[in-house]
Design a protein around this ligand. Structure first.
Ligand SMILES: [Zn+2]
Length: 231
């Protein structure tokens, strides 16, 4: 069996409702990491995601590289998005049970890493349950101790841009790579994943319904999607 929790970053976007509808038609509850600025821009779409069963987490207000910020600036940015998300949940009429957090670019703050982890812990942020992950490297890197949520497989589809040289084919290669240099092989029997996809309208323009293409294939390959759980 291959198990996966789907996470989608940089919500909200114009294509968020279509993604949510697709996920619900396949019985998938995803953890959507929301950027405050994007939520403010596509507020109704973020409300739609909450009303339709998705869980929204904090992915910062302005999507900075946290290693370039002071601890104070970092905390300010995270808390600014907490205000946005508290209001969003309230406006959607949905109880906010969990407060997961993901750093943009997986940048945990460089020299400020320990201080930021302590902040997340003290503020009661929730960790996505990772005890099922079978990878030695997850523990060797201390990811089992961190409060924020990284990923085990990145589709990297956000690199598909005009002139980037990265194409849909490269995503398919990643999906089918059984021996990746980083992270874990997506389709290796027995693996368990936190999958990383993005809600980007730029990707939608170049590869319509990219999320359906990739996730339909995983479902066909027997990947079982679990509802996000927190510890
Ligand atoms: Zn992001």
């Amino acid at each position: 069996m291959i198990n996966a929790v789907l996470t989608i970053d940089d919500v909200a976007s114009a294509n968020t409702p279509a993604i949510v509808d697709y996920l619900n038609s396949n019985g998938i509850t995803a953890l959507l990491f929301a950027v405050g600025e994007n939520v403010e821009k596509y507020y109704d779409n973020a409300i739609y995601a909450l009303k339709n069963g998705m869980i929204l987490g904090n992915h910062s207000y302005s999507h900075p590289a946290f290693s370039k910020l002071s601890v104070e600036e970092a905390v300010e940015d995270i808390e600014k998005n907490e205000v946005v998300l508290d209001r969003l949940y309230k406006d959607a009429g949905v109880e906010r049970k969990y407060r997961p957090f993901r750093f943009p670019y997986g940048d945990k703050g460089g020299a400020n890493k320990d201080a930021l982890q302590a902040f997340l812990r003290d503020k009661g942020f929730n960790k996505l349950k990772d005890t099922q992950l079978p990878y030695a490297w997850w523990k060797e890197k201390g990811l089992d101790k961190d409060i924020d949520t990284l990923w085990t497989f990145d589709f990297a589809e956000y690199n598909i841009r005009q002139g980037s040289g990265f194409t849909e084919d490269d995503v398919w290669k990643r999906i089918n790579n059984m021996d990746p240099a980083y992270g874990a092989a997506l389709l290796k029997e027995g693996n368990s994943h936190f999958l990383l996809l993005h809600a980007h309208d730029e990707t939608e323009e170049l590869v319509p319904k990219y999320y359906k293409k990739f996730i339909d294939y995983l479902i066909e390959k027997g990947v079982l999607f679990s509802k996000p759980e927190f510890i």
